[in-house]
Design a protein around this ligand. Structure first.
Ligand code: SAH
Length: 343
């Protein structure tokens, strides 16, 4: 499925020529300013004359995602949004408050075709890619709704960002614009299930973003069982591409490891993980599995997780257990959309 924003993108000059209505150059800056603030209609663009607003209405549409549902955690203030896109599709984003600033977890696709066996986002496959503006739109819509600045972004919502590579790169460019939301690449993480060729391509772009790699297993067999993508790219190839990424960018990789009872959480798994990552500039994030009702796996015990951390530490690998935010609102991605679909 190829889909990019080019067919929709029009310059103001093109719109001016098509419509025969004169649009002065400086209007571009004004209009851009409103788009960055987040508007749902051209009428909200207060300093733009009606004649131009009418033309914009006719030739363009505003892709800012609409809030279909909003859940606020009573425990920690985490906010989960179900956004409706212009074509009636849905994606999710999660707004989280951390000491280092407000963070949003955004989706990059409607659905996902990677098929990880523990994940809710992939239950009904991939519907379509998100446009760069729709990824950015989640950030802008959440900032507008919260009335607060967002300083960090993680691409860990619905979808596989590297399966929508060009639009994600374009999004990274847009989000970094000084006159736009102006979020630096050092404050952005991209999470992937491990598309090796794309990891290498990303490394060559030499961006300052953080790469999170959803590893979830330390041996080829377990990984293949949990993640179909591992049948295409084997574990050795994956680790090679991670080393390539670190060498090219000088950035450490954050390895995500969902702790699943009886599947990947034994002492032997921990030992193997330590050996696999030995000598790499990296960090391991252990995530007690979120229960997904359509999936049969359950989270590891506290003891299994503690032991796992100890074994990694002995092997000089830093590991932390991810603090769970928004546990009362089912804040792990994909679940709200799946629920909505089944209605
Ligand atoms: N496709 C990308 C990003 C989206 S998923 C990726 O695979 O990295 C974001 C993270 O949540 C991934 O690490 C994913 O493996 C993890 N995840 C998915 N379902 C989960 C579950 N039920 N419990 C814990 N983590 C889960």
């Amino acid at each position: 499925m190829s889909q990019n924003s080019d067919e929709l993108a029009k310059t103001l000059q093109e719109i001016s020529e098509k419509s025969g209505v004169k649009i002065e150059k400086f209007r571009g800056g004004q209009i851009y300013g409103w788009l960055v603030k987040g508007v749902y209609s051209f009428d909200e663009m207060l300093n733009v004359p009606k004649s131009i607003k009418n033309v914009l209405d006719e030739y363009c549409f505003l892709a800012l995602p609409q809030i279909e549902k909003k859940l606020v955690s009573k425990i920690d203030g985490t906010v989960k949004y179900l956004f409706r896109l212009h074509d009636g599709e849905f994606v999710e984003s999660v707004f989280m408050r951390y000491e280092h600033g407000n963070t949003i977890c955004v989706s990059t696709q409607v659905g996902c075709r990677m098929g990880c066996t523990f994940c809710a986002s992939t239950l009904t496959g991939l519907t379509r890619n998100l446009y760069p503006s729709e990824i950015l739109g989640q950030v802008i819509a959440a900032m507008r709704d919260m009335g607060e600045r967002i300083s960090n972004i993680v691409m860990m919502g619905i979808g596989e960002p590297l399966d929508n590579y060009d639009n994600v790169m374009k999004f990274l460019e847009l989000v970094n614009d000084e006159k736009g939301v102006n979020i630096g690449h050092r404050h952005i993480s991209l999470s992937t299930c491990g598309l090796c060729d794309k990891i290498r391509q990303l490394a060559d772009e030499k961006k300052q973003i953080t790469l999170s790699l959803s590893l979830h297993a330390s041996d080829a067999e377990t990984r293949k069982k949990l993640m179909p993508v591992a049948r295409k790219y084997d574990l050795d190839e994956l680790i090679e591409s991670c080393r390539y990424y670190i060498n090219k960018t000088g950035r450490r990789i954050s390895f995500e490891y969902a702790m699943i009872a009886g599947e990947n959480d034994s002492h032997a798994h921990a030992e193997r993980l330590g050996n696999l990552l030995s000598g790499m500039i990296c960090h391991v994030n252990l995530i007690p599995l979120n229960d997904v009702k359509e999936r049969s796996y359950t989270k590891s015990s506290k003891k299994a997780i503690e032991d796992f951390v100890k074994i990694l530490e002995k092997k000089h690998i830093t590991a932390t257990v991810r603090r769970k935010l928004g546990s009362d609102i089912n804040a792990s991605c994909g679940q709200l959309r799946a629920e909505n679909e089944s209605k």
